[in-house]
Design a protein. Structure first.
Lengths: 96, 19
């Protein structure tokens, strides 16, 4: 079951970040906070997928098509990653 | 129909870089 906190949520990137690919990993600079982040490979793919508003369940479905991962693991780890993005005010979370 | 191999999953993590 999708993490309850995000089960019925739609996620989208917040504006104000400069993103670059470095050796397959996505590196980002937040203009708002002045911080640099490394999202890694899978995190970078998630970032691409939330360029437009997307329901978390659909995000998980898409990742499962692209990666060798079971649903429970994918849902749990994506939810944790989204929490970390939200803590840094990098995403907007809306009710679906 | 094209069948694409799935990529290896890695736990997504947000790493803050110390510039």
């Amino acid at each position: 079951m999708t993490d309850q906190r995000y089960a019925d949520q739609t996620i989208v990137q917040k504006e104000g970040n400069i993103v670059s690919d470095m050796n397959g990993e996505k590196v980002m600079f937040s203009i708002r906070s002045g911080k640099y982040y490394n999202l890694g490979r899978v995190g970078g793919r998630i970032w691409d997928l939330i360029a437009a508003p997307v329901a978390v369940a659909r995000l998980v479905d898409e990742l499962m098509k692209e990666y060798e991962v079971d649903r429970a693991t994918c849902e749990r780890q994506v939810a944790e990653f989204l929490r970390s993005l939200q803590r840094e005010s990098l995403i907007e979370v809306r009710p679906s | 129909m094209e069948i694409r191999a799935k990529q290896e999953w890695q736990t997504p993590e947000l790493e803050t870089l110390n510039v």
